[in-house]
Design a protein around this ligand. Sequence first.
Ligand code: SAH
Length: 217
Amino acid sequence: MKDKAEQARRRLIDRLRREIDDLGVVEAMERVRRELFVAPSLAHLAYDDAPLPIGEGQTISQPYIVAVMVSALELRRTDSVLEVGTGSGYQTAIIAELARRVVTVERIGTLAESAADRLKALGYANVEVHRAECALGWSSEGPYNGIIVAAGAPVLPRGLMQDLAPGGRLIVPVGSRHAQELMKVTRTADSFSIKTLGPCRFVPLVGEQAWPEETSE
Ligand code: SAH
């Protein structure tokens, strides 16, 4: 069993090495053990390239899309990053490996708490987990060099764009409740440049400025 999991881990990392240009991101993903971010009963699936349930109707993101999104952030060691949607804290840990500090915000209390405990136990001293609903912005500790949203927004979140430092990058899935386009917004000296990075599928960003919570599921 252990060998099988290790083989799956190697396969995933080899694929990321082939397909992701930013080697620093791949190496950070090699250091962060994804099995520590899911329930023990799902640990044997931790290196499948797929999202997995983490409770409360939410999912840990697919490793490949984490690699694409974190690469698009173009992180430097000195960067301050805001993450919206902590979930399990898996992506938070990868960003914490690459940036100076990560402020991460999660609206579901139980997820925020267990992610905070996990990240602390793993020794990430440069992470702050906040339990809050963030859709428009989180400027209290900004501006940020990078902002990454791990849930699908109905429109480009203008407030988050305003939280970018000059040269800062915002990575956010934008589209319908069930399918989105990954967008990259870069703040230039006097405006913003906007690029699309391809289709993706995230759980909805919930809140007044985003999607209402789905109660029937
Ligand atoms: N990257 C995470 C996946 C998170 S799933 C991981 O690897 O585990 C997206 C998370 O965003 C969910 O936990 C959901 O509760 C949270 N979320 C949705 N809308 C939010 C909002 N407005 N503010 C903060 N968190 C939100």
